[in-house]
Design a protein around this ligand. Structure first.
Ligand SMILES: *Cc1c(COP(=O)(O)O)cnc(C)c1O
Length: 404
């Protein structure tokens, strides 16, 4: 086989469909978030980042940076091994206590990413619990889908956020089979929120465990940043809460919080936890500082929501269509893959605004969008510049507007 020709023809296919991904080559500057330098063939350019998942700018927070510097000065760069073989440092132990406390659970277990935590936990539960059926929301993240596939157990996909469909599928399954319902609190592309309480009610009725991915909510919702389940007083009703340290906590890593026995079970059986070098102590130290800060400080959360409201109001004034969801994710709808990419390119090249186009297969065709994520550090002037730029491009591109 001509391997090179194969790779190239597959890539040509992506180009042909307008789905080829191009990464922006950015350099963030400490203390100057959301500004960054973008490296281009024509030299460096200043941009304002409008699509970061460092939702609260904690990746630049002085407390986080100080904690990381202190840790590297104190104990060096890497962990030096898997958690089992000399890789567990005191920072990892403290981080797990901090996370268990955040979610009101007995224990927590950290992984090298949120992706790994979903993949390893769902995969291990599905492999090890005899006859387990996993009921998975149709819009669950790729890491959950891959974990469930790897488990090779029975899986039932229910319509997104549809309680009737979930109940019908639970009722149709063998009443004696062990069950697990896997879902998210905030879905990242539409920014909609799941009916957590009602899903827990169904789980109780059918004897199922619950697995909630709070990746897009931890740090940002709830009095201490415990997520939507904390805000709604539901944390104790969930068997497992999963989160990331890489988005609003601004560092890197993933985790689950659950009972002592469950965490110990995953720790003891999950290949994706056991056979990989532990997170560097610096990352654990940064995450501890970030979580502690956000547990005590409501300021970032309040300012974040204020920025989201301001952006939505200004978009409405210009009639620029966006999804009216109850979260901090502002999807500006374009509905055409080529135009979406074109608008994003012009914003980047001529307006100094970086917002990545979101096209198929991440979202369905005809719902192509710019997924905008305001942070507490975007100023009024930043928002005005963004909306002004979109306003001009909407006219140039002859895109439909909503009447304000
Ligand atoms: C980003 C994401 C993950 C993976 O988390 P990482 O820490 O980035 O690996 C898991 N679930 C959802 C819903 C996500 O959006």
């Amino acid at each position: 086989m001509d391997f090179e020709a194969f790779f190239k023809s597959e890539l040509d296919g992506l180009h042909g469909e307008g789905r080829y991904r191009v990464f922006a080559d950015l350099e963030r500057h400490r203390g100057n978030f959301p500004r960054a330098t973008r490296h281009t063939p024509d030299g460096p350019k200043e941009v304002t980042v409008w699509c970061s998942n460092d939702y609260l700018g904690m990746g630049q927070h002085p407390a986080v940076i100080e904690a990381m510097k202190e840790a590297i000065d104190h104990c060096g760069a890497g962990a030096g091994g898997t958690r089992n073989i000399s890789g567990t440092t005191h920072y990892h132990v403290v981080l797990e206590q901090e996370l268990a406390d955040l979610h009101g659970k007995e224990a927590a277990l950290i992984f090298n990413s949120g992706y790994m935590s979903n993949w390893a936990t769902l995969g291990t539960l599905g492999q090890k619990i005899p006859g387990l059926i996993i009921f998975s929301d149709a819009l669950n993240h790729a890491s959950m889908i891959e974990g469930i596939r790897y488990a090779k157990c029975e899986r039932v996909i229910w319509k997104h956020n549809d309680l009737n469909d979930l109940e019908a599928k639970l009722a149709a399954a063998d009443p004696n089979a062990p069950k697990l319902i896997a879902f998210e609190s905030i879905y990242s592309m539409d920014g909609d929120i799941s009916p957590i309480k009602e899903i827990c009610d169904l789980a109780d009725k059918y004897g199922a465990m619950t697995y909630l991915d709070e990746v897009h909510a931890v740090g940002m919702y709830g009095p201490r940043g415990g997520g939507i389940a904390e805000r709604e007083g539901l944390m104790d009703r969930l068997t497992i809460i999963e989160g990331t340290l890489g988005k609003s906590f601004g560092v890197m890593g993933g985790y689950i919080a659950a009972s002592t026995a469950l965490c110990d079970f995953i720790r003891s059986f999950a290949s994706g936890f056991i056979f990989t070098t532990a997170l560097p102590p610096t990352l654990a130290a940064g995450a501890i500082a970030s979580i502690r800060h956000l547990k005590a400080s409501p300021f970032e959360r309040a300012r974040h929501q204020d920025r989201v409201r301001k952006l939505r109001t200004m978009l409405d004034q210009k009639g620029i269509p966006h999804m009216h969801n109850p979260s901090h994710i502002v999807p500006v709808m374009v509905g055409d893959a080529a135009k979406c990419k074109w608008i994003s390119d012009i914003l980047l090249d001529t307006c100094g605004v970086y917002v990545q186009p979101i096209n198929y297969p991440t979202v369905p065709r005809k719902t192509e969008r710019l997924r905008i994520t305001p942070t507490p550090l975007h100023s009024d002037a930043d928002i005005e510049h963004l909306v002004g730029s979109l306003h001009q491009l909407w006219s140039r591109c002859a895109l439909a507007r909503h009447v304000a």
